[in-house]
Design a protein around this ligand. Sequence first.
Ligand code: ADP
Ligand code: MG
Length: 505
Amino acid sequence: MFRQINKFAKTNSEFLSLRPRYTQDVKELRGSVDMAIDWEATHGLLMQAPKLSHAISNADWVQTALVPAPVSLAPSPIPRAEFEKVVALQPVLNQLFDSIARDHDFLVSTLESLGTADEFTTRIFSMYMKQYVMKVEKPAVVGIHRSDYLIHAPANEPDASPQAKQVEFNTIASSFASLSAIVGDFHRFMLERTGFQGLLKEGQVEMNQLPENESLTSIGDGIAVGFELYGTPSAVVAMVIQPDERNVYDQRWIEERLWKRHNIRVVRLSFADILDQCSIREDNRLFAGDTEIAVAYYRAGYAPTDFPTEKEWEGRWLVEKSRAIPIPNLAYHLAGCKKIQQVLAQPGVVERFVSDEETARRVRECFVGLYPLDDSEEGQQAYEMALKSPANYVAKPQREGGGYNSYGEDIPKLLCGMSVEERRGYILMELIKAPGFDSMLLRNGQLVPAEVVSELGIYGIWVSDSKGDMVVNRHGGHLLRTKASNVHEGGVAAGFAVIDSPLLV
Ligand code: ADP
Ligand code: MG
C-alpha cells in the first residue's frame, strides 16, 4: 500500500496525508540496499567507524573501519513553501547574528544574566572579554552558520498550514554540509534508477521535487573569501578538529574545494596541536612551524569535552589573540548560545537589530515560545508552566552537540532538583510538533524501517571585512537529518539520525 505523494501541501491535513506509509518487506529491498551502499562507496559518502583500540595508525584500521554514512533510502517530505521561506530568510538571519555579535553591550548583559552556573559558557565569555579589552585586530569576520527547523504540523489543527519553526541557530562547527549535498545526488540517482520502487509510489516523485544543494561548495567558497581578505597567498587554512573525529570525509570535501577551486592548502590541527606547534610572530601572525595560518575553521570547540585540559584552552586562546581569522570568532560563538535565542524572542529585541518591520515579522514567524527560567517574573511564570504541563516544553542548558535537553516528565524532575542560580543557565522552549512518517534508514549496512521526524537545516555564509562591511551574505544550501520519532534527539554522529534530503511537497 502506498500513499500518493502530491506536489503541494497547503494545510496540515494535506501534509499529513502525503506522508509515506511503508508496508514493504525489508527483504524485497535488498537490491536497492546493495545499490545504495556501492553508490555511497563510489561517491565518498563515508564516515569512519569508532577507532579500533589496537590501531596505531590510520593505515592500520582504515580498511576495516570505513563505513558508508547513515542515510535514508528515499527522501522525506517537506512543504515546498516552507522550504523556500527559510532559504530566503537565511541572509536576514546572517545579518541579524552579525549585528548581535557586534553589539558588545547586548552580549554582555544577556550573558551576564546566565550567572556563572554554566562553567563552559562562562569561560568562553571571559575569553571574549579578555580579547575585547586587548582590541585584537582581525582582517575579516567569517560566519558559517546553520539554522535548524522542524515542521510544526499538529494533527489536531488540520486546517492550519504547516510551518517551519526554528529549533536553534548554530554558529559553530555546523557539520554535514558536504555529505548532505551528496545524499541529494544519491536520492536523484535512486529516483532515476529505481523510481523508489517499493518505497514511494512509482511515478509520483518528479526530479524537480528534489532541490539542488550548494552545500558541497558553499562552505569552502566562504572560507576562501575570508582567506583572501587576510591577504597572504602563501598562508594556509587550519581545520581545527577533534582528535577522535569520525566525520572526517565531510571535512575533507571542504578541503578538496579549497584546494581544487581556490588553490588554498588546509592543515588539520587539534587545539592541543595548536599549542604544541604554533607560535605568534611579527605583526601578531600565527605560524605552525614556518607556515602562516590565515584562517582557523573550528570543527571543535563547542563542547566542554573539546577542552579536557588547560592545553586546549591555551591552544584556542593562541588563535583568538593572533591575527588569524577564527570561524567563528568568540562573539559569534556566544551569539549562538541558547540564551541569546531566548532573549531574541522577547518583545522588541529582534526589532533592536532589524529595523524593517516586515523583515522582523518574517524572523519572528519562525519562533516558538521561548522563556527564561531565572528569578525574573517571566522566569517564575515559565517555571510554573513547565511544572504544570511539561509535555508542551523542552528545557535546554547552554550546550551544543545533542543529548542535553530535557522533555516531558523529566523537566519537573530537573527543575525541582536545581537552585534558582542553577536554573538561570537554562531556557524553556515550547515543543514543536513535527509529524512522524515512515522511512527506511540505512545504517551500518542494515535497513531499519522506522517512524521518523526530519529536521531541516539551512546553511548561511557571511563574510565581512576589517571595517565590518559585508562582503558575502548568502544561504549555503541545506541539510535534512532524519531520526526515529521515539528518540527525542541525537545527531548523525551520535548514531541516532541519518542524513536525508527533502522531497518538496
Ligand atoms: P543541540 O545544540 O544539542 O543540537 P538543539 O536545540 O538543536 O540542541 O536540540 C537538540 C534536538 O532536540 C533537536 O535536534 C530536536 O530534535 C530536539 N528539539 C530541540 N528543541 C525542540 C523543540 N522546541 N521542539 C521539539 N524538538 C526539539
Ligand atoms: Mg541542534
